[in-house]
Write a protein that binds this ligand. Structure first.
Ligand code: ASP
Ligand code: MG
Length: 406
């Protein structure tokens, strides 16, 4: 069998951890499977590098930032390879340049296009463990690019797809997915199985355990994932095909990297709104929820929810451009970053009454719901940031700690 392992930054934080990971890999390779390992930078390093760049320069060039960031993963890959060699495992590390891992051109949020697998297969044929840098690639100019924060998971799945791997195992510092973040909810329950779409919903709604793009990629190509703890041998969470008959809720996810935007004005024309959304698209700002209201005097308000620091930063820069433009009818823009999104996730949210219960639970505990968005698999309430933790605990208690709650 060909198995991909991906180790996150906490699993590679220091020499002791790297040696532990090497031991685990040795044990697995002794079973006779071929192994390809994808690594993240040691934990904290990506942030540290970004901080240093901003100390040196106020608006660092994205090309240079990517050139810098790719060193973190290179460090992990070479150190892990050394640790493996030291315990008698034949290993070789590669960065994305060496295996021609092509991406689109956009620095900072590139998308993987293709991976030349010949060199990887040549080394596997020699019975070597191949260690590959996550999170990076090269673009058409042969410059390094990065895939966006948390992108190593996506590299691991992409490599799994290209090499036609039997399994992609994502090693992290918790035992897989839980019904809520165990740091906020002490009764959170570990979830043994999720369909791709359920896991994707959890990941995109803030379960920080995996990069959402990696789950989407696994779903597209039907790759099974196994999310496990690198510190123990617990079973973790398998992500695979949907079990059609099962009607259940999977968990409460939360995210505090949000901003609620209100764009206001009198008689805002459709052309103005159209231009704003086109510009938002061109600036690579993703919006997750939009609503528009107007009163009897035609005073209008367009509200939207932004997720992730990158989106918020880009919008903050764009704000002045809208306000200073004399040709539009916009006279105020509010950006409220003190908000959080708390989501109940699972197939069963379609059953009637789940939202009524969410509303009842939150409002009776004096938590205001500022915006609601729904999908086939989730109901998300935007609340004040200060209420986030309490909201997660209340909803977890309601749906996962009380018998027959749905
Ligand atoms: N080192 C990168 C980050 O911190 C990528 C990753 O860890 O997946 O975002
Ligand atoms: Mg990660």
């Amino acid at each position: 069998m060909l198995i991909i392992h991906k180790y996150g930054g906490t699993s590679l934080a220091d020499s002791t951890r790297i040696k532990e990971v090497a031991k685990r890999i040795k044990k697995e390779s002794q079973k006779g499977d071929d192994l390809v390992i994808v690594v993240s930078a040691p934990s904290g390093m990506t942030n540290q590098l970004l901080e240093q760049a901003s100390e040196i320069c106020t608006t660092p060039s994205l090309r240079e930032v990517d050139m810098m960031l790719t060193t973190g993963e290179q460090l992990s890959a070479s150190l892990l390879s050394l640790a493996l060699q030291d315990i008698g495992v034949d290993a070789i590390s590669f960065n994305s340049f060496q295996i021609n891992m092509k991406t689109t051109n956009t620095y900072g949020s590139a998308k993987l296009r293709e991976i030349k697998s010949d060199r990887i297969f040549t080394e596997i044929a020699k019975k070597k463990v191949v260690v590959i840098t996550g999170f990076q690639g090269i673009n058409e100019h042969n410059d390094f690019t990065t895939l966006g924060r948390g992108g190593s998971d996506t590299t691991a799945v992409a490599i799994g797809v290209c090499l036609n791997a039997d399994m992609v195992e994502i090693f992290t510092d918790v035992d897989g997915f839980h019904t809520a973040d165990p740091r906020l909810v002490k009764n959170a329950i570990q979830v043994p199985y999720l369909s791709h779409s359920e896991a994707l919903e959890m990941a995109s709604l803030g379960a920080k355990i995996m990069h959402d793009r990696s789950v989407a990629l696994a779903m597209k190509y039907g790759i099974n994932l196994h999310v496990r703890n690198s510190y123990n041998d617990n079973k973790g969470t398998i992500i695979g095909e949907a079990k059609m008959e099962e009607i259940k809720l999977n968990g409460v996810a939360h995210s505090n990297k949000n901003a609620l935007i209100n764009i206001m004005g009198q008689n805002i024309s459709s052309a103005t709104i159209g231009k704003i959304f086109t510009r938002i698209k061109d600036l690579n700002i993703n919006i997750s929820n939009i609503s528009k209201t107007q009163d009897a005097d035609n005073y209008q308000q367009i509200s939207m929810l932004l997720e992730s620091d990158e989106n918020i930063e880009r919008f903050i820069k764009y704000k002045d451009e809208i306000i200073q433009n004399k040709d539009n009818e916009i006279n105020a823009i509010e950006i409220n970053q003190d908000v959080a999104k708390v989501s109940v996730v699972g197939f069963a949210v379609r059953t009637s009454g789940v939202f009524a219960q969410i509303w009842q639970e939150l409002t009776s505990n004096n938590i205001d719901i500022l915006m609601v968005s729904t999908s086939d698999l989730s109901i998300s309430s935007v609340v004040k940031l200060a209420d986030m933790e309490k909201a997660v605990q209340i909803l977890h208690k309601k749906f996962f700690e009380t018998a027959n709650s749905i």
